[in-house]
Design a protein around this ligand. Structure first.
Ligand code: ADP
Ligand code: MG
Length: 400
């Protein structure tokens, strides 16, 4: 689960990390009060969307020389003007895709005097099975290019989970960032704070870019991107209210309510599969036969008729879907039960695209018989390759 920058900064502030004063703004008429309460003389008006690259982003329909999604303002009037321009507009960044994201919240923040922009992040490093800090002197808006062109400028420091965070981690990072004595002390403290926050809140990724040296030579977190491990959210009821459902794909949101593992993709063949590995294999084989999957969907081991129906509804709510491939292995679940579930679901959703079903496992013959006698135009696949070939052919035939 991702949260907005202003929410991340509020959490970091609670933990004692240095962040600027700011006010979230949801309506244009709140802008003046927010700006006045911060005092100035410099403000930054920041679009809040769940995507990075806002500073270099462009608003849809804005003139070519218009400013991006993060703007400096030198007066209360200027703050208000920018809030009005940005609220409701659609911001396109390298991370949003060409459709962009609508800006529904703004963060008006006190402007900082920036001497240096550094990069700092924390993540779970799967290679070492540890929490890792990533630090670089080359912070700011081009970190992806730095990683690509000059990877030696990026330093990784992992933390032994048994020993936990130690002062030497902070000192190593301070050294990598080229900090002076006073900043080094601040850095050790910040590294401790961020690690504590990361562990206590089950954070999956925390990125501070830029971490700055400000005009008074102090460290400050000027941007904050946080995502939490969704599997651990049940331990943090206090975080649930930070969820912004408008930022999520409505299909993925519906899937999460029915405990379905669904990821929307760009292709045309909807997939309904049990087991993540089988789902991956199904997506691969659709590509092999010359089409593209419209989604990843793992209905899980105990897929009930209700779940299967919801899965169908979600798949079909995607206008790109031109055909569906159901690929189910009946292990614990019997194929005849799955067949009945598929038929009930197909009837419930008024299925209007080709449907190919491949069943394997317990009671497979009975399952196939139920499908064949359903009176519905369901095509049976004998194996994974056969099923994939059939659905790709059926979709092509319809287009022709
Ligand atoms: P994004 O990473 O989405 O582009 P940032 O929050 O990093 O958004 O902002 C982009 C740039 O804007 C930063 O690299 C920094 O130079 C500038 N900036 C952001 N917040 C402030 C602030 N409070 N004061 C001064 N400059 C800021
Ligand atoms: Mg940033």
């Amino acid at each position: 689960m991702n949260i907005h920058e202003y929410q991340a900064k509020a959490l970091l502030r609670q933990y004692g990390a240095p962040v600027s004063e700011g006010r979230p703004v949801l309506r244009p008429e709140e802008a003046r009060v927010a700006a006045q309460s911060l005092g100035g003389p410099l403000w930054v008006v920041k679009s809040q969307i769940h995507a990075g690259g806002r500073g270099k982003g462009k608003f849809l329909g804005a003139p070519a020389d218009a400013k991006g999604g993060v703007r400096l303002a030198k007066s209360v009037d200027e703050v208000e003007e920018n809030v009005k321009q940005m609220l409701g507009a659609t911001l396109v960044t390298i991370q949003t895709g060409p459709a962009g994201k609508q800006v529904n919240r703004i963060y008006v923040e006190a402007g900082s005097d920036i001497k240096r922009e550094l990069y700092l992040s924390l993540l779970v490093d799967r290679a070492t099975s540890r929490v890792a800090f990533i630090a670089s002197t080359e912070g700011g808006m081009d970190i992806e290019e730095v990683a690509h062109n000059t990877p030696e400028k990026i330093k990784t420091i992992t933390v032994d989970p048994a020993a936990g965070i130690q002062a030497h981690h902070g000192r190593e990072i301070a050294f990598a960032l080229g900090l002076n004595g006073a900043q080094q002390k601040q850095c050790v403290k910040l590294i401790n704070t961020l690690y504590k926050f990361f562990i206590e809140k089950d954070v999956a990724m925390l990125e501070i870019n830029p971490l700055i040296i400000d005009g008074d030579d102090n460290l400050k977190c000027l941007d904050a991107k946080v995502s939490f491990d969704s599997n651990a959210l049940y331990r943090h009821p206090e975080l649930a209210e930070l969820r912004d459902e408008t930022e999520e794909d409505p299909k993925e949101l519906a899937a999460s309510k029915f405990d379905l593992n669904y990821i929307a993709l760009d292709g045309e063949i909807g997939c309904m599969v049990n087991g993540a590995g089988l789902a991956m294999a199904t997506m691969d084989i659709i590509k092999l036969y010359g089409s593209e999957p419209a989604n990843f969907l793992d209905v899980g081991g105990g897929a009930t008729e209700e779940k299967v129906t919801e899965a169908f509804k979600i798949i079909l709510s995607d206008p790109n879907v031109k055909g569906i491939l159901v690929n189910i292995f009946g292990g614990i679940m019997r194929c005849d039960i799955i067949a009945n579930g598929v038929i009930a679901a197909a009837k419930a959703v008024n299925l209007n695209v080709p449907l190919v079903v491949r069943l394997e496992g317990t009671n497979v013959e009975l399952g196939k018989e139920i499908l064949a006698n359903s009176g519905l135009p369901i095509v049976s696949g004998d194996n994974l390759a056969d099923a994939a070939e059939k659905i790709v052919a059926a979709v092509k035939a319809r287009k022709a």
